[in-house]
Design a protein around this ligand. Sequence first.
Ligand code: KIV
Ligand code: NA
Length: 267
Amino acid sequence: KPPVTLSTLNKLKAKGEKFSCLTCYDASFAHTMDQAGIETILVGDSLGMVVQGHDSTLPVTVADMAYHTANIARANRTALILCDLPFLSYATLSDAINSSRAVMQAGANVVKIEGGRELAETVRVLAQAGVPTCVHLGLTPQLVNIFGGYKVQGKTDEAAAKLLEDVQILVQAGAAMVLLECVPATLAKQVTQSVSVPVIGIGAGVDTDGQVLVMHDMLGVYTRKPAKFVKNFMTDSTNVTGDITGAFAAYHQAVKSQAFPTDEHTF
Ligand code: KIV
Ligand code: NA
């Protein structure tokens, strides 16, 4: 199978075909995801929680992200690799360039940054330098100390209108992808229809172009109470082989057929 690129995802969006994404942190799971047909891998700074045992993503460093990305890139054959720039590693334009250099040279294809219109200049500068960005809006875990917890975002009409406008500004600035976390499904649908670039959702309903879950969550490896949008595909009846490859394949199939997410996983 040919490698998945941004143009592959743009074509899928144009055809109305959904694509799958899972977080990944090492070579063995990257290989297994590849076997299961997962189209995009996110090296998430959630590794601060699920790998390192912290209670937020804030302690994660660029060196951590580059290390995990390099391990994944060695095993990956076809998936597009997205990599989070961690907390305070893109606060200035030169920080953004230096952090992107580290993770792109480790094997990332796209960098993901959290925030709204205030990132427009960062997105523009990175695009000019050859670094495609995925902008992450809605619940942005790096702002946990501003939000005072992990809550659904974009619930009021004003907040929804602002998010929609933020996305327009960022796509205008050159953002290659959008990721929406924990926003009402109606808002996610509106955003997805209003931009030409692929939109990935988590806790954002069935109408985004792609879906992402944290790998540990969808395998039922919980260290805390799972969020409403999580589904365990390890024990699901659609996992025909009952193993991890089967769980990844069942998830991939459920995303493609829009059997996941259902209302039960949606705000
Ligand atoms: O770090 C991560 O795992 C993420 C996803 C939850 C979108 O950013
Ligand atoms: Na993240």
